[in-house]
Ligand binder design. Structure first.
Ligand code: CP
Length: 307
């Protein structure tokens, strides 16, 4: 079965095709009648073992707008609370013959593991610190719509890169499409192997965002820190929080992004986050529905071809 597990599985034509398809769905989603039947007769199960606002609701909307029967498993009220494992849960749901399983889990590799255990298509909606490929796709859609292209742009990904699945997927997709990617953050929050990611690494925020076309801020993921390094919010904001003064060194017309949820006043100043002349944050949320529709529609087309 076709799966959507990681950004590394997409080559540039795949990425361009998904973005083109997503553009069509953006237009559809802005109309008063939003329904299509590309997934009619298909069943989509959302299985989120970690909290989510954007990803879960946008996958649900995406499935419904494409005509799928969509259910959200509430893991807090499921038999997971009685100790049932990830694999047993997925295999149980698989026995009900869904076509698409959308999975978020705190373990890196969880979606890939499930893809080996179930007979339906698996979509990775975020696995631990590893990847969040549909986030990277919606981020690229937002960038392409803002600038008209991605190649040649300088994108500074700033903050807690170590714990960020968003950063990992974005680096892969942005590199594939010809962007110049920089990673910016304190040495403790940049992975030791980042110099092998095909990016430039900066530990000074102003140097890192100087001349950047896009400043992509990351959430400080305190819940993934083991206590060995938890920076004080005030110190962090002073050196790595994005405010008007730091943003001034970016390229003229630079755009600001954040995958959400935001820690306002820690990694980003509210004044920047809410300034629609620079912030793409609400566009990212809108693009999330269209990008996920594109992923689901392309998987459904491949399922039809395999019949
Ligand atoms: N960006 C993102 O994955 O947000 P949620 O955790 O709200 O889904």
């Amino acid at each position: 079965k076709p799966h959507f597990l990681g950004a590394q599985d997409l080559d540039p034509p795949d990425i361009a095709n998904l973005l083109d398809l997503a553009d069509v769905f953006v237009d559809l989603n802005r109309q008063s009648t939003k329904k299509l039947d590309l997934l009619r007769g298909r069943t989509l199960v959302n299985m989120f073992f970690e909290n989510s606002t954007r990803t879960q609701s946008s996958f649900e909307l995406a499935g419904k707008r494409l005509g799928a029967d969509t259910i959200n498993m509430s893991m807090k009220t499921s038999s997971v609370a009685k100790g049932e494992t990830l694999i047993d849960t997925a295999v149980t749901l698989n026995a009900m013959k869904p076509d698409l399983l959308v999975v978020r889990h705190s373990a890196s590799g969880a979606a890939a593991l499930l893809a080996q255990k179930v007979g339906c298509s698996v979509v990775n909606a975020g696995d631990g610190q590893h990847q969040h490929p549909t986030q990277a796709l919606l981020d690229m859609l937002s960038i392409r719509r803002a600038f008209g292209h991605v190649d040649g742009l300088t994108i500074a990904i700033c903050g807690d890169v170590t714990h960020s699945r968003v950063a990992r997927s974005n680096v892969i997709l942005l590199n594939a499409m010809g962007a110049n990617v920089r990673l910016v953050g304190p040495p403790t929050l940049i992975p030791g192997d980042a110099d092998q990611w095909g990016t430039e690494v900066y530990h000074d925020m102003r140097e890192g965002i100087a001349g950047a076309d896009v400043v992509m801020m990351l959430r400080l993921q305190l819940e993934r820190m083991d206590g060995a390094f938890i920076p004080s919010a005030r110190e962090y904001y002073r050196f790595f929080g994005l405010d008007r003064e730091k943003l001034a060194v970016a390229a003229p017309g630079a755009k600001v992004m954040h995958p959400g949820p935001m820690n306002r006043g820690i990694e980003i100043d509210s004044e920047i986050a809410d300034d629609l002349s620079v912030s793409l944050i609400q566009d990212q949320v809108e693009m999330g529905v269209a990008a996920r529709m594109a992923v689901l529609a392309s998987l459904a087309a491949r399922l039809e071809n395999d019949r």
